[in-house]
Design a protein around this ligand. Structure first.
Ligand code: KG4
Length: 338
């Protein structure tokens, strides 16, 4: 069985093919960061247009391969959450292609795709587990009970943590996407002169809030010297404060659910300091930790084709090719497709 996956929820165009015997046999990704760099964030209209150009470049490459399309059993695509224009591009291409090949489509929830992404290279990850999804558009704690059954335990009440990294990077004159640049800069941080607030850390809920932290740093930068060392110290303290918030909330959630398997996914999970802290934390607490491998941290179609494969195998797909997108599709909504 072969599933073609399409990812266009934000600023990465991805196409991948997952084969039940061979695993991932195609994994193409084109990042648009060059396009959005000068704006310091993603411009939805530009993103949608670029997806449309890039997706056809990939499809034309595949057309040259003998029997490529005839070997596909279904097409999975990211149907939400995400930016509506970019989502519609992927959905329209997926549904049109499926119609012409006379095969079904599998609308995939982007968050579920991220949650299952560690399974691409860890066969020993099993349900149930606690998922910490930290990306550019989302920050969520999720109880993953079984395939398709999730409970959202907490989420950001304002901006996502990746978005915070991108905004602080802009303030510090670093390029978009900010996360990797802040992470590099933080390596030079050495003075722990700054103490940032840890918003909602003592709040009994499992929700997060990062916009106050952004305002705090914005004001701090305005009134401090703009030396490289000061910027590096700010980047270091930013990472430290965020990691502390995540450790506290994750501990609380694991205790509440009596679980000892933790999955960390999404673009921000590429952060080295965060990976080190959580690895030490899991060793000390005898936790099963699954950190998504760095190549699948940010948005990609590998996770969409793999999730599409699991869904298709369990009978969850659209028998017809009606276009469906939901830009706010919550991972625990009870949507049924058949
Ligand atoms: O998963 P992803 O592609 O999410 C969405 O587009 O929603 O993640 C992108 C986010 C960006 O905000 C980027 O700044 C952040 O992940 N990111 C990082 C790192 N690498 C990427 N944040 C912190 N440290 C990193 N090393």
């Amino acid at each position: 069985m072969r599933i073609l996956g399409i990812e266009t929820s934000c600023d990465e165009t991805g196409i991948a093919v997952y084969d039940n015997k061979l695993g991932l046999i195609v994994n193409k990704l084109n990042s648009q960061s060059f396009l959005h760099n000068k704006y310091g964030g993603v411009v939805p209209e530009l993103a949608a247009r670029n997806h449309l150009d890039q997706i056809f470049i990939f499809l034309q490459e595949f057309e040259k391969k003998k029997n490529f399309f005839s070997s596909i059993d279904a097409i999975a695509y990211t149907a939400g959450p995400g930016l509506v224009g970019p989502l519609l591009v992927g959905a329209t291409v997926a549904c049109s292609l499926a119609f012409s090949l006379n095969i079904p489509v599998v609308p995939v929830n982007h968050i579920e795709g991220h949650l299952l992404s560690p399974m691409l290279d860890s066969s020993n990850l099993n349900f149930p587990f606690l998922g910490l999804l930290i990306s550019g558009g989302n920050t969520q704690l999720i109880h993953a009970k079984k395939l398709g059954v999730y409970k959202l335990l907490g989420k950001t009440l304002d901006i996502a943590v990746g978005n915070l990294f991108d905004k602080i990077a802009k303030i510090l004159d670093l390029k978009y996407p900010g996360g990797p640049n802040i992470s590099e800069l933080a390596k030079f941080g050495k003075n722990r002169n700054f103490k940032f607030p840890r918003p909602m850390i003592n709040d009994s809920s499992l929700n997060f809030s990062f916009s106050g932290l952004r305002t705090f740093i914005e004001k701090l930068v305005k009134f401090s010297d703009k030396s490289f060392q000061t910027k590096a110290d700010i980047a270091l303290e930013l990472e430290e404060s965020i990691i502390e918030i995540f450790i506290v909330k994750v501990c609380r959630a694991l205790k509440l659910l009596n679980l000892n398997t933790l999955v960390i996914v999404g673009g921000v999970s590429a952060n080295c300091r965060l990976r080190n802290y959580f690895s030490n934390f899991s060793n000390k607490n005898d936790l099963n930790l699954f950190l998504v491998s760095k190549k699948y941290c940010t948005d990609n179609a590998a996770m969409i084709s793999y999730t599409g494969f699991l869904k298709f195998k369990s009978g969850v797909y659209f028998p017809n090719t009606d276009i469906f997108v939901d830009s706010k599709w919550c991972v625990d909504s009870k949507r049924k497709f058949i």
